[in-house]
Design a protein around this ligand. Structure first.
Ligand code: ATP
Ligand code: MG
Length: 563
């Protein structure tokens, strides 16, 4: 556990912790053991982060432990890749399972033995109905199901058939092993659920050993029991499965009976979180991959520049609830912004440049200024920035005919250039199309360092880069994939934001070209940016993690409001 992750885990309490407090007080448990059980069939997303923070965080809070258990009961092809990426993502989030890495497939033999035990007790049977018949016999919420004609098969016959299923004697779909519970139960999960199905698939860990694979509901609770899990925390959709979870544990001789506790999933506005949808986004080319910075995957968010601490803060602040809700994407963004404000190094970059020439500054002369790396963190130190006669400033920082309260540059108006001098715009140079190509300014040498003897004030401070020193950089500007909350009735592809990625060429101060992929910066007045892995020496690429709160827009808004 990283220092940060453990410090945060101490803070909040909620209904799950109240249950645990009760269990510790009553002596039901002396230690707390949780687990995070991902299915290795895709990359983790921000919703998983919620479950990770809860499970690992609870273990930290109580000095217990959290197991990482891969729920690999459904053999699929690319699993190894996901097994590795999931571990990497959990570590990145700041959590660690120590020696407690498990796979549901580790338990295939005991799970098989438990199934044999159920058969011997007359509590499970091999059913030969076709999948269609099984569906038909199951009934529905209004109608009770009816018993399969194979339900009363003699135990010996069930044992024989089940063993032969295991040995691969039957075709996929021809038979299943079912728990014998109650075909009339109002809870559909208890209508003789499947325990084992035939699948002649190669498994990433057990190879071709098995021709049958256990169902999730069966394998999950028993795996929890085998590992001695005390509190099996899962999402609300499993609430109706809890009677089944308990039924297996009550009817088998298991080492312990963990308690399943459900909590509400994390949902975000403007965000879909499902692997099936991620796959479509990737396969249909809407994004560059699972780690595209627009993806709500942990890889995507990491590449985007979202700090792990911000995601932990989000999960902590959202809390743990018993009813589903949806969290504003803007709230996640504010967590990211708060975190980056404390840690990101400040740099100057001009995204949409316009040239500024200081006519009274000597040609060929350059000066070095020491600029603070982060005013929020004195320990972050300073860096040298070079200043000269020709600079770039942001095109939007100049207006030829400024509205009232436009405190940036305008003809005859004086502004401060960050860290350096005051300049006044004297002349606007345009090309034949009337486009502004250059601003000719004068500077006041006495304003060096940001003040003047006469004490005159300037209202605006602009960022800039020296034209002679600036480095070109590719900057990727992101917007949410969905401009609005996706409507599940419509195809998501039609709802995607066509402007979710805009690539521009910017000029950045030289210090930025020396960064490493993953480095996080605040480009003054422009937002937070993260150096991308696509960067090459001399060709840096930056992802806009998130914008700053735009003070200009905010001011405009405030002016219009009665307050
Ligand atoms: P699938 O797309 O297969 O339904 P899943 O999101 O359920 O995937 P799992 O790998 O089974 O994926 O999830 C691992 C754990 O993460 C589960 O315990 C699940 O309940 C939890 N989890 C998944 N999504 C969320 C979410 N949005 N909020 C909180 N927990 C989640
Ligand atoms: Mg799942």
């Amino acid at each position: 556990m990283t220092e940060h992750a453990s410090a945060e885990a101490e803070t909040h309490t909620h209904f799950i912790h109240e249950i645990i407090n009760g269990d510790l007080a009553s002596g039901k448990h002396t230690t707390v053991i949780t687990r995070f059980p991902p299915e290795p069939n895709g990359y983790l997303h921000i919703g998983h982060a919620k479950s990770i923070c809860l499970n690992f965080g609870t273990a930290v809070k109580y000095g217990g432990r959290c197991h990482l258990r891969f729920d690999d009961t459904n053999p699929a092809k690319e699993e190894v890749e996901y097994v590795e990426s999931i571990q990497e993502d959990i570590r990145w989030l700041g959590f660690d399972w120590g020696d407690h890495l498990y796979f549901a497939s580790d338990y295939f033999q005991p799970l098989y033995d438990y199934a044999v035990s159920l058969i011997k007790q007359g509590k499970a049977y091999v059913d030969d109905l076709t999948p269609e018949q099984i569906r038909e016999y199951r009934g529905n919420l209004k109608q009770p199901g009816k018993n399969s004609p194979f339900r009363e098969r003699p135990i010996a016959e069930n044992l024989d058939l089940f063993e032969r299923m295991k040995n691969g004697e039957f075709d996929e779909g021809s038979r299943i092993l079912r728990a014998k519970i109650d075909m009339a139960s109002p809870n559909m999960n208890l209508r003789d659920p499947a325990i084992y199905r035939i699948k002649k698939a190669h498994h990433h860990r057990t190879g071709d050993t098995w021709n049958i694979y256990p169902m999730y509901d069966y394998a999950h609770g028993l795996s929890d029991a085998i590992e001695g899990i005390t509190h099996s925390i899962c999402t609300l959709e499993f609430e109706d499965h809890r009677p089944l979870y308990d039924w297996f544990l009550d009817n088998l001789d298991v080492p312990c009976h963990p308690q399943q506790i459900e909590f509400a999933r994390l949902n975000l506005t403007q965000t879909i979180m499902s692997k099936r949808y991620f796959l479509r986004l990737v396969n249909e080319g809407h994004v560059s991959g699972w780690d595209d910075p627009r993806m709500p995957t942990l890889r995507g968010m990491r590449r985007r520049g979202y700090p792990a601490a911000a995601l932990r803060t989000l999960c902590e602040k959202v809390g743990v609830a018993k009813s589903n809700s949806i969290v504003e994407l803007a709230f996640l963004e504010s967590c990211v912004r708060d975190q980056l404000n404390q840690t990101a190094l400040r740099r100057m970059a001009v995204l949409d440049p316009i040239k500024l020439v200081i006519t009274n500054y000597p040609e060929g002369q350059f000066e070095t200024f020491e600029a603070d790396n982060n005013p929020e963190d004195p320990e972050a130190g300073t860096r040298p920035v070079l200043f000269g006669r020709e600079l770039y400033i942001e095109r939007s920082d100049f207006m030829e005919v400024p509205p009232k309260k436009f405190f940036r540059l305008a003809p005859g108006q004086e502004v401060r250039l960050k860290h350096t001098y005051y300049v006044t715009c004297q002349e606007v140079v345009k090309d034949e199309n009337g486009e502004i190509v250059e601003l000719r300014c004068s500077y006041d040498p006495l304003s060096r360092g940001g003040g003047t003897e006469d004490g005159r004030k300037v209202r605006g401070t602009l960022h800039w880069v020296s034209a002679a020193h600036a480095q070109p950089a590719e900057v990727r500007l992101y917007e949410p994939l969905f401009p609005e909350n996706p409507d599940s009735e419509k195809d998501f592809a039609e709802q995607l934001n066509p402007n979710s990625l805009k690539t521009i060429q910017a000029w950045v101060e030289p210090a930025l070209a020396e960064g490493q992929p993953g480095d996080l910066f605040q480009f003054l007045r422009n937002g937070y940016f993260c150096m991308d892995a696509d960067s090459e020496p001399g060709k840096p690429v930056f992802n806009r993690t998130i914008g700053l709160v735009d003070s200009w827009a905010k001011m405009q808004k405030n002016q219009g409001s009665p307050a």
